[in-house]
Design a binder for this molecule. Structure first.
Ligand SMILES: C[S@@+](CC[C@H](N)C(=O)[O-])C[C@H]1O[C@@H](n2cnc3c(N)ncnc32)[C@H](O)[C@@H]1O
Length: 192
């Protein structure tokens, strides 16, 4: 079956059991990814960055449902490798994965952004992605502040979709265009 036809349950089965078990907490549901990319990729030819791409679920679903070029940046190499292998296996050519701290990227290279609460692991230890994860409120707030500054510096009409979280990383210069999924999914655009 083609990747774009898979349900959430079918998609999660593509992952190793340990990774699949984390899906409810950490990986974007298929339906959410489709709604997000419809907005982020609108107009065609867009370059989209997933901030903290995990095992690539958002990126892969977004890529097979749009013409956009989807980049995922993820700090954990084992997760990047899983993403890359799936992209290769299913010949998804409009996505690529970078192993790095998302703070190191130049956001100006992208038109729009997807942010699923990547820093939550610093304040919530449920379903840990790494055994060494620990609570670090200071780091959580520092990360949020840093990407807020990066978003602030981007041009008018930049689009962001946030999923879960309090959206405190979104500067006042962005307007909430719409929301969905009981308010968990928010669609933003930078205004003058
Ligand atoms: C909630 S998961 C979302 C995964 C993916 N975006 C999706 O929706 O399927 C957040 C991911 O962000 C990653 N992450 C957290 N802080 C990061 C950082 N500073 N740089 C890069 N990745 C980070 C975590 O390792 C985790 O895989």
């Amino acid at each position: 079956m083609e990747l774009r036809e898979l349900t959430d349950e079918e998609f999660d089965l593509l992952y190793p059991v340990k990774i699949k078990k984390l899906s409810g907490t950490h990986w974007t549901p298929v339906g959410v990814a489709k709604k997000a990319i419809a907005y982020l990729g609108e107009g065609g030819g867009k370059s989209v960055l997933d901030l903290g791409s995990g095992v690539g679920k958002f990126c892969l679903v977004a890529a097979v449902n749009s013409e956009a070029k989807i980049t995922g940046v993820e700090q954990r190499m084992n997760l990047v490798q899983i993403s890359g292998k799936l992209a290769e296996k299913y010949q998804v050519e409009n996505t690529n994965f970078i192993c790095d701290d998302l703070r190191n990227l130049d956001f100006n290279q992208f038109d729009s952004f997807y942010f699923f609460n990547a820093f939550e692991e610093n304040i919530d230890l449920r379903d840990k992605l790494h055994k060494d994860n620990s609570i670090n409120h200071e780091q959580y707030h520092a990360y949020k502040k840093l990407i807020r500054k990066k978003f602030e510096e981007l041009p008018v009409e930049t689009r962001i979709v946030t999923y879960c979280g309090d959206a405190s990383e979104i500067p006042e210069s962005y307007r909430l265009i719409k929301s969905g999924n009981k308010g968990k999914l928010k669609f933003w655009e930078k205004r003058v």
